[in-house]
Design a protein around this ligand. Structure first.
Ligand code: 13P
Ligand code: SF4
Length: 321
């Protein structure tokens, strides 16, 4: 799409958004043009928090399916639209509610007299959240796990890399589900070591969904928002970044005089692309945003019974953040 077409779509969206009293939210991993038309850009925690504060009839969530579900659960009286219902998440897909239920029951049987708490990363379906005691995001996982009773047995899912990282920084021994994000688990250690050798002294910033071997080579580990904030406040001028490449747009916009060097993924023949982009996040396009506002469809619907069970785990997270 050329520049003129992009600008035309943006103008149409601005117009329809105000006519319909709608607010657009975008995750940092979406395309630059989506971030440009969004009223709020954020990581998964900030988007969930912000959704509860806005006064609008329609909320458009430009992110992935579970983000739309979280928004609908928190704002049941609002119309929540998502530009593409097929924008899923490999991490959320790695944990099906029925399998988690079985896993939880097995662990409960093993420790009859211990208190068992189920902590789930926000990258999960509403059905998984309905089985969860407390939801966390990468922004608040350490802070929340630190507040849980020291004698409680914690089941953590679905991201194994994030869970191992939280175990290492909290000293807990949470039982981990073996899930992963296909983007974050594919960064190449070899390429990172080469980038470090070519750029001596340059800080490495990584998302905790990355493998332990990548985190071990990193200077700053945090959520997308934490990494962005670090690049803004740091006096350094160059950074090596190990997270989805959409965040580079916001980093560059906030720090035009700084340089960001993305870590490439391992190249696995025949599997996915050889870039560090989440194809699900990229499914949000200006045309789809406009059409979803025009048709008020696709609309996110979460069955009432599931929403009622899931909401307390999300609210608990917002209280404890
Ligand atoms: P945060 O938005 O919490 O940094 O999570 C990253 C992610 O993978 C979103 O899907
Ligand atoms: Fe899911 Fe990974 Fe995409 Fe985030 S980057 S939405 S965890 S697949």
């Amino acid at each position: 799409m050329d520049n003129k077409e992009l600008e035309d779509w943006k103008a149409k969206i601005v117009d329809i958004k105000s006519k319909k009293n709608a607010v657009i939210f975008a995750h940092y991993y979406t395309r630059p043009e989506i971030q440009e038309i969004a009223d709020f850009i954020g990581d998964s925690l900030a988007l969930a928090q912000q959704a509860t504060r806005v006064n609008a009839d329609i909320l458009v969530m430009c992110g992935v399916h579970f983000m739309g579900e979280t928004m609908k659960i928190l704002c049941p009286d609002k119309k929540v639209l998502i530009p593409d219902m097929n924008a899923g998440c490999s991490l959320a897909d790695s944990c099906k509610a029925d399998d988690l239920k079985e896993f939880i029951n097995k662990e409960i049987r093993k420790c009859e007299n211990e208190k068992v708490l189920v902590v789930s990363y926000v990258n999960t379906s509403a059905d998984v959240k309905a089985l969860t005691d407390i939801v966390v995001t990468s922004s608040n996982a350490k802070h929340i796990v630190d507040q849980l009773p020291p004698d409680a047995k914690i089941i953590f899912g679905p991201d194994h890399n994030l869970g191992s990282y939280i175990n290492s920084v909290t000293g807990r021994n949470m039982i981990l589900w073996n899930g992963a994000c296909h983007v974050h688990s594919r960064f190449s250690l070899e390429a990172l070591l080469q980038l470090k050798a070519e750029n001596p002294g340059v800080e490495v910033l990584a998302h905790p969904e990355c493998k332990a071997s990548i985190l071990a080579q990193s200077d700053v580990i945090g959520s997308t928002k934490a990494l962005l904030e670090h690049t803004i406040k740091s006096p350094a001028k160059r950074f090596i970044i190990a997270t989805e490449s959409g965040i580079l747009f916001e980093m560059q916009r906030a720090c035009p005089d700084k340089e960001f060097i993305p870590v490439p993924p391992e190249v696995t023949e025949g599997i996915g692309c050889s870039c560090n982009e989440c194809e699900y996040m990229r499914m949000n396009t200006l045309e789809k945003v406009y059409n979803c506002l025009l048709n008020e469809n696709p609309e996110m619907i979460v069955p009432k019974e599931t929403a009622e069970k899931a909401v307390s785990s999300i609210k608990k997270m917002l209280e404890m953040s």
